[in-house]
Design a protein around this ligand. Structure first.
Ligand code: NAP
Length: 217
């Protein structure tokens, strides 16, 4: 039986993930902070496969993409039903956004991402997947869909090949389910191994495999 998919967050990542699913014939429930009515134009655009729901409805799916900003993640995740083995795809990155035109943060010479309006969040000795893991107890966690600009999700076939999407996690079946979503959408999925290995490698801002566009020919 096909697993159900929920999406928490309807911004750049959530909407483009939903569009990718719709384009590959998969259905999903998408939710945001403002409620289902605010998503009427989006679901009208994406067609009948994508439905608007509450956060609780989206979080009750078999596979749940977390597509909220880092600063909101802990609060959003703390209010959800027990995970009981369901799959969470963590699409977040530990960054804060600011307006590069007006914020003094744009002048921070120690931040190589300042011009893009992004600054890293100080997580101390932890990496972000360790923290998300604590916030989704009982879930099978897979890190994915976070390592590139969301616009890549619109274009799986490029330069005569398939665009590479990385994923990592500690549960083989959960990773296979995420891999299947990527492959069905036309991407070339690459398993980076355990969450403690692949998470930091593919995480913005400084993961060695983040922000690069790899294509499998
Ligand atoms: N943008 C990219 O290219 C990109 C690429 C890879 C990964 N990411 C990561 O993906 C995550 C989302 O980024 P984004 O660019 O999509 O951000 P965004 O456009 O600001 O969207 C964030 C979404 O989170 C929702 N949200 C906030 N609080 C919520 C709550 N309490 N309950 C339910 N939904 C809530 C917002 O709801 P409302 O719409 O109601 O405000 C909004 O739809 C971030 O962690 C980011 O680092 C982004």
């Amino acid at each position: 039986m096909t697993m159900t998919i929920g999406i928490i967050g309807s911004g750049a990542l959530g909407t483009n993930f939903a569009r990718m699913l719709a384009n590959s014939g998969r259905s999903a429930i998408i939710a945001n902070s403002r409620g289902p009515a605010s998503l009427a134009p989006l679901v009208q655009e994406l067609g009948p496969l994508i439905q608007a729901g509450t956060v609780q409805q989206a979080a009750s799916a078999d596979i749940v993409l977390v597509a909220v900003r880092w600063v909101d993640a802990e609060r959003v995740l703390s209010s959800l039903p027990a995970w009981a083995g369901r799959i969470v795809i963590d699409g977040t990155n530990p960054v804060e956004f600011f307006d590069p035109a007006t914020s003094p943060d744009a002048q921070d010479a120690s931040n190589p991402l300042a011009a893009y309006g992004i600054k890293p969040v100080d997580l101390g000795a932890q990496h972000s997947s360790q923290m998300i893991r604590q916030w989704v107890p009982g879930a099978r966690l897979v890190k994915a869909f976070n390592h590139n600009d969301v616009n890549v999700l619109k274009e799986p076939a490029v330069a005569g090949g398939k665009r590479v999407l990385f994923y990592s996690g500690d549960d083989a079946d959960a990773k296979a389910a995420v891999r299947e979503i990527m492959a069905t959408a036309g991407f070339f999925p690459v398993d980076l191994g355990a969450l403690d290995v692949g998470g930091p490698l593919a995480s913005l801002p400084f993961g060695a495999l983040s922000t690069h566009n790899f294509v499998s020919l």
